[in-house]
Ligand binder design. Structure first.
Ligand SMILES: [Zn+2]
Length: 318
C-alpha cells in the first residue's frame, strides 16, 4: 500500500477489468414498482369485506400462498426496518415486518412487507428490485400465511397510515415477480475493503495467495468472492476475487450470501462436493454460504460448516 503501488493500481484495475458487484443490474424495468410476491390477492386496498370482518380499514393488499414463498423488494431502496412489530395491541401487530425507503424520480415512497416468516435483510441494507428480502409467513395478527403489502407516498408509514396509497395503482395490476435468485457463477460472498473512512483507500492484490503483487483495489467498490486459499505456510488467508486476484482477509469484510433450502422435503448434505452424505437439512432453513464449486458439471455450495449441498436445492441471495 505504498504510494508507488497506489499509482500503478489505476492502470492495473483497468487492465484486469475487475467488475464491481452491482454494475450489472441490467434487468429491463418498465414500471418503477413490481408486485413483491406470487399468490392470490385475498384482500384489496380499503376492501369493504375486510372492514366488515375486522372493523378497521385495510391500507394494503393481502397476497396469500402456500409453501415456501419468496418476497422480493418492490423497487430499489434502503431497508429502514427489519424486525418484529409489536403494535399498540396484538391485533395491530404486523409480525415480522420489513420497511424499505425508495426515491423514485425525487418522490419518496416507503413499502411495507408484513407477517413474514424470515428476514434475509437487515436495517441499513440497500436492496435491489426483485431481490428476495424474506419469505411469506403468518406472524403477528394474521390468520393464515400471506403477505400484507403497503406503499406510502410522500411520507413514512405511521399508525394512522396517512400516506398510504393503493399499491395496485402503482403496480399497474399484477405482474410477474422478477425472480432474482442467485445464478450459480462460482461466487458465494461479496467483500468490501475495511477502511470505510476513505473511498479511495487502496489494498494490494496478488496473483496468488501472498505471491505476485499485481496492483491494488480501492474501497469504493464491492467485489465478488470465488474462493479462499492460504499462503504456503498456511498462515494467512486470501480471498479469490476473480481474474487471478487475491486479497488478504485482514483487509476486508466478507458478506456471505444466504442460502435457503428451496425443496419441499429434507435435502442431503455431503462432506465434500459429491462425497459422503453426512446429514439432512429442512425445507426453508437458511444458512450462510461459505464456498462454491462446480465438479463434473454439478454445482455445489458449502453451507456454514455443515457441509456441501447441490446448488439446485438452494435459493442463494446476495
Ligand atoms: Zn392485510
Amino acid at each position: 500500500m505504498s504510494k508507488a503501488v497506489t499509482k500503478i493500481s489505476i492502470v492495473f484495475a483497468l487492465i484486469i477489468g475487475l467488475t464491481p458487484l452491482f454494475n450489472d443490474q441490467a434487468t429491463a424495468i418498465t414500471s418503477p414498482f413490481i408486485i413483491p410476491t406470487e399468490g392470490e390477492v385475498k384482500a384489496t386496498y380499503q376492501d369493504p369485506e375486510y372492514l366488515q370482518e375486522f372493523g378497521k380499514e385495510h391500507y394494503g393488499i393481502d397476497i396469500a400462498n402456500n409453501g415456501i414463498v419468496p418476497v422480493v423488494a418492490t423497487a430499489d431502496g434502503e431497508v429502514v426496518f427489519a424486525d418484529f412489530h409489536n403494535g399498540s395491541t396484538p391485533e395491530n401487530s404486523y409480525g415480522n415486518l420489513i420497511r424499505i425507503n425508495h426515491d423514485i424520480d425525487d418522490v419518496f415512497y416507503q413499502s411495507c412487507y408484513a407477517h413474514l416468516n424470515t428476514f434475509l435483510v437487515k436495517e441499513g441494507d440497500y436492496v435491489h428490485q426483485g431481490e428476495i428480502i424474506g419469505y411469506m409467513g403468518n406472524t403477528g395478527f394474521s390468520k393464515g400465511q400471506h403477505l400484507h403489502f403497503e406503499i406510502h407516498e410522500g411520507g413514512e408509514w405511521n399508525a394512522s397510515k396517512s400516506f398510504a396509497i393503493d399499491p395496485m395503482k402503482l403496480l399497474n395490476g399484477l405482474s410477474t415477480v422478477a425472480e432474482n435468485y442467485h445464478v450459480f457463477d462460482g461466487t458465494w460472498a461479496s467483500l468490501s475493503i475495511n477502511n470505510k473512512t476513505d473511498d479511495l483507500y487502496k489494498v494490494d492484490i496478488f496473483e496468488g495467495p501472498g505471491t505476485g503483487l499485481k496492483g491494488t483495489v480501492s474501497s469504493d467498490s464491492t467485489y465478488n468472492v470465488y474462493g479462499k486459499l492460504y499462503d504456503t505456510e498456511g498462515e494467512f488467508g486470501y480471498f479469490d476475487i476473480g481474474d487471478s486476484s487475491f486479497i488478504l482477509e485482514d483487509n476486508v469484510t466478507i458478506t456471505p450470501y444466504q442460502a435457503t433450502i428451496n425443496s419441499e422435503s429434507p435435502v442431503q448434505i455431503f462432506s465434500t462436493p459429491g462425497g459422503t452424505a453426512v446429514s439432512q437439512v429442512e425445507p426453508g432453513a437458511t444458512f450462510e454460504a461459505t464456498g462454491a464449486k462446480e465438479i463434473d458439471g454439478v454445482e455445489w455450495y458449502a453451507l456454514s460448516n455443515i457441509g456441501w449441498i447441490m446448488a439446485e436445492y438452494v435459493n442463494v441471495t446476495k
